[in-house]
Design a binder for this molecule. Structure first.
Ligand SMILES: [Ca+2]
Ligand SMILES: [Ca+2]
Ligand SMILES: [Ca+2]
Length: 458
């Protein structure tokens, strides 16, 4: 296909954006975010402890045995519409719980307290290659241990938990797999590890231990590939979750101090010192941050709490760098205290896993999705309630100039045609994407035009 006009036109559009000084601030309009309906047909029958994305699918691990009506013990795969097991028949899951998941180099790794993955003996850790399970050597521990966290560091798998041996060699609560054998990380740590992260090229290890490599570290430590060292004075109680947000390391758990700073269940490390995130979390009974992730430019915390930064927030909350806010009415449970144990992003939605019955007041058993609900502007191509640079990039990839047919996916245009043959970027429906369409697009790129023209087409 000849597309000289397209290149010229795209350059012209880019120039026009600059000349008009179009704001890059997002447009929200009436489009809203909220919890998406769950219901019985996609329920997980017991708690979710881990979430990740592998091969374009959401993977959940936990204590469940049934996923949306399908037998899937401990681990299941969501394709956006339905759950399935990872293997079939006798290979459709693991024999106990899955508490950690990570995808790396085309493989999915699962950690937990299982001893079988499918019909393959595998102690506490196993690898899924898309078709079948494999053990990693003789695995972790003695068949009665738990892997609580997995990470990739220096291109090797790190497994951590409550064990003291890995592959038959001494390894205190943490070990690395080089593809053939397990190795300790120095002399390891003195108590259970619950969370791992990579920050400033160091492996961050957190849990309820007091020493690492023999040094007093207080529940959090870093490993640089050679030696252990502390992060300030550490915490006064268990650290359960880690994330990296805005170049800071974020830690969540049961603690109320980080270093010498008061920090209620969540704190940030800037490479030199600890500080609080507002007034942190509060609630009755056990108050704990058990999951952290970064979603849509914000830090999301989940766990056992009923307020964040003084704002009512039922077991899940968002930190925007300055303040805490709730995600609607959060999650709840009929007969027991609810909890969020895992968080992930899948196809633009925030996914929460844990032990709960409702999300935003709607039935949503043990997992839930939070995302854009609409109504979506015609120019919000990726339907995220914002008409921003992402949508402009999609427009530009489909623009080819007056009377030039649409480019196809091989040329980078990912917008698909409606039954009448028009792609969403062809606002004036004349089978091209040119300056006329861009004129319509840019009206919805700046918020001042929204009230008068929510369709962006007049
Ligand atoms: Ca958008
Ligand atoms: Ca035209
Ligand atoms: Ca057009």
């Amino acid at each position: 296909m000849q597309r000289p006009a397209g290149r010229t036109s795209t350059a012209g559009i880019t120039l026009l954006v600059c000349l008009l000084g179009i704001t890059t601030s997002p447009v929200n309009g009436q489009c809203s975010f909220g919890w998406k309906s769950g219901g019985f047909t996609i329920a997980l029958d017991e708690a979710v402890q881990a979430l990740t994305v592998y091969d374009g699918r959401l993977i959940a691990g936990g204590w469940f045995t049934n996923a949306g009506g399908v037998e899937a013990p401990g681990i299941a795969s969501w394709n956006g519409a339905a759950w399935s097991s990872l293997g079939a028949g006798a290979d459709n899951g693991v024999d106990f719980g899955v508490y950690a998941l990570i995808a790396h180099d085309g493989k999915l790794y699962a950690g937990g307290d299982f001893t079988m993955a499918g019909s393959t003996p595998a102690n506490a850790v196993a690898m899924w290659d898309g078709a079948s399970w494999s053990p990693l050597g003789t695995g972790i521990g003695n068949g009665f241990n738990t892997v609580w966290a997995l990470a990739i560091y220096n291109n090797q798998l790190i497994a951590a938990g409550d064990f003291t041996t890995a592959g038959g060699v001494s390894a205190n609560r943490i070990a690395r797999w080089d593809g053939k054998a397990w190795w300790p990380l120095g002399t390891g740590v003195s108590g259970t590890v619950y969370a791992l992260a990579v920050y400033n090229n160091e492996l961050i290890v957190a849990g309820n231990f007091t020493t690492a490599g023999g040094l007093l570290v207080n529940r959090i430590a870093r490993w640089n590939g050679i030696a252990w060292s502390p992060l300030g004075g550490g915490m006064n109680s268990t650290v359960s979750a880690l994330a990296v947000y805005n170049n800071d390391l974020i830690a969540g758990g049961r603690f109320t101090t980080a270093g010498s700073t008061n920090a209620n269940r969540v704190a940030k490390w800037n490479g030199f010192a600890w500080s609080a995130l507002g007034s942190g979390m509060a609630g009755s009974g056990n108050v704990e941050v058990t999951a952290l992730t970064v979603h849509d430019h914000a830090l999301i915390a989940g766990g056992e709490f009923t307020s964040a930064g003084g704002v009512n927030a039922s077991h899940i909350a968002r930190w925007n760098g300055t303040s805490w806010s709730a995600l609607g009415t959060g999650i709840s449970r009929i007969s027991d205290s609810p909890a969020v144990y895992a968080l992930a992003t899948f196809r633009g939605d925030l996914v929460a896993g844990g032990a709960f019955d409702f999300a935003g007041g709607q039935l949503s058993f043990n997992w839930a999705r939070w995302g854009a609900l609409g109504p979506f502007l015609a120019t919000d191509f990726n339907q995220d309630c914002r008409v921003d640079a992402d949508d402009l990039a999609m427009f530009e990839a489909c623009s080819a100039g007056p009377a030039v047919p649409y480019p196809d996916a091989s040329a980078g245009c990912t917008l698909t045609a409606d039954p009448a043959g028009y792609i969403p970027a062809d606002f004036d429906k004349d089978h091209d994407v040119d300056q006329d369409d861009f004129g319509i697009f840019q009206r919805c790129y700046a918020s001042e035009n929204l009230a008068a023209d929510p369709t962006c087409q007049n």
